[in-house]
Design a protein around this ligand. Structure first.
Ligand SMILES: C[S@@+](CC[C@H](N)C(=O)[O-])C[C@H]1O[C@@H](n2cnc3c(N)ncnc32)[C@H](O)[C@@H]1O
Length: 231
């Protein structure tokens, strides 16, 4: 199936509210466990006020989980949508865990023009993550240029995203399954996201052609892609 680009930022209020209200906790917990497993396997400890950055953080679900999992690190969630950042800030303020979220802050910025200095990152980033961001980015160069700009040679990258289905029939099947659980706004957004996603081959080819061979890409189940390693 050909890729159909979707708008990068999620800015419509109804879209942001639907997304923020949905429960994606199972997938989010898996993502955190996956990162933790990778760090343990590589003997990496995030405990000395190190810096974790969550790109395209949306309502901050993953950012909050990162902040609780690694309480000694500083966590910065970044999103280009003012509405998403407004919701993320409000969730943090009203969270039962707000006492634990003191190490978390949010910045509204577009990843295409983001520089470490602009977001007052005085430290090198130890862990750079994103979840469900890559398919929003129109050109892959913009995503990879961003992670290259922000990463040092010690930064661990971990990025998870949807995988584009092989054909329209498979996309419609996934859309229908989504519709059984979530409202119409979210289901239509999910369908648009599936069509905007990249394939394993597109990501692998990009990494190969741009000599980013320290990054690995793999398929997780039949719906997700994960990129990890160093740039
Ligand atoms: C599908 S949401 C994922 C949110 C969150 N990572 C999660 O897993 O719940 C994608 C987010 O990426 C943001 N985004 C898309 N393009 C962006 C860009 N160029 N710069 C910054 N944020 C962007 C959108 O505004 C949206 O909030």
């Amino acid at each position: 199936m050909e890729r159909t680009v979707e708008p990068e930022l999620m800015e419509r209020e109804d879209q942001v509210i639907s997304y923020a209200k949905a429960d994606f906790s199972e997938g989010e917990n898996n993502f955190i466990n996956q990162i933790n497993h990778y760090l343990i396997k590589n003997n990496i400890h995030l405990n000395k006020k190190e810096l974790i950055v969550d790109l395209g953080c949306g309502p901050g679900n993953i950012s909050e989980k990162l902040s609780i999992k690694w309480p000694k690190a500083n966590v910065v969630g970044i999103d280009g949508s003012k509405e998403m950042i407004r919701i993320a800030e409000s969730k943090k303020k009203n969270s039962f865990n707000r006492g634990q979220l003191k190490n978390l802050r949010y910045v509204c910025a577009d990843i295409k023009s983001l520089k470490s200095s602009e977001i007052y990152l005085k430290k090198n980033i130890s862990l750079l993550v994103s979840n469900s961001l890559i398919h929003h980015i129109t050109y892959l160069d913009d995503f990879f240029n961003c992670i290259e700009r922000l990463s040092s040679n010690l930064t661990i990258n971990f990025h998870k995203d949807l995988k584009r289905p092989n054909d329209e029939k498979s996309a419609l099947y996934l859309k229908e399954k989504c519709g059984q659980k979530y409202n119409n706004i979210l289901t239509n957004d999910y369908y648009a996201s599936l069509k905007a996603s990249y394939t394993l081959k597109e990501l692998k080819d990009f990494i190969f052609e741009n000599k980013l061979s320290s990054l690995e890409v793999f398929e997780e189940g039949d719906q997700y892609l994960v990129i990890y390693g160093k740039v």
